[in-house]
Design a protein around this ligand. Structure first.
Ligand code: RTP
Ligand code: MG
Length: 140
């Protein structure tokens, strides 16, 4: 299996409840290595552009408001099959459907305040990483 990099966000509900270490522990236990990480407060313009694919969805405005409601931690995670592995340990979007032991089952508050974001493909991972990180900030 190939070593991949994926893009991750610890969302405002996670930073507000001081859960960043607990969530990172789940990632690291799954074999994902944090090769870049920074805490930022996204602007509305940044969040709107990041979630541009969802702009026609009914939840878009609420999502942008939520993602700018507090600090987030943006991350690059590296490991074997990292995109799929990260999605697996995050769990289903709606925590009510998330499997036992997943981040969203353990920590998410709702379908919106679901603690984490993860890229859904290797192509999107590269785009999302480049949106938030310079190459020199990623140290494998
Ligand atoms: P993410 O992009 O955050 O990793 O999550 P995902 O792929 O599992 O979910 P996606 O369909 O891409 O939706 C992006 C984020 O929008 C919020 N959402 N709210 N109120 C709603 O019905 C609803 N549906 C989605 C969630 O924060 C979701 O993670
Ligand atoms: Mg998504």
């Amino acid at each position: 299996m190939a070593i991949e990099r994926t893009f991750s966000i610890l969302k405002p509900d996670a930073t507000r409840r001081n859960l960043t270490g607990k969530i990172n522990a789940v990632f690291e236990a799954a074999g994902l290595r944090i090769v870049a990480q920074k805490r930022i407060h996204m602007t509305r313009a940044q969040a709107e552009a990041f979630y541009g694919v969802h702009k026609e969805r009914g939840f878009f405005n609420d999502l942008v408001t939520f993602m700018t409601s507090g600090p987030v931690v943006v991350q690059v995670l590296e490991g074997e099959n990292a995109v799929a592995k990260h999605r697996e340990v995050m769990g289903a979007t709606n925590p009510a459907n998330a499997a036992e032991g997943t981040v969203r089952k353990l920590f998410a508050e709702s379908i919106e305040a679901n603690s984490v974001h993860g890229s859904d493909s290797l192509e999107n991972a590269a785009i999302e990483i480049a949106y938030f990180f310079a190459g020199t900030e990623i140290v494998g």
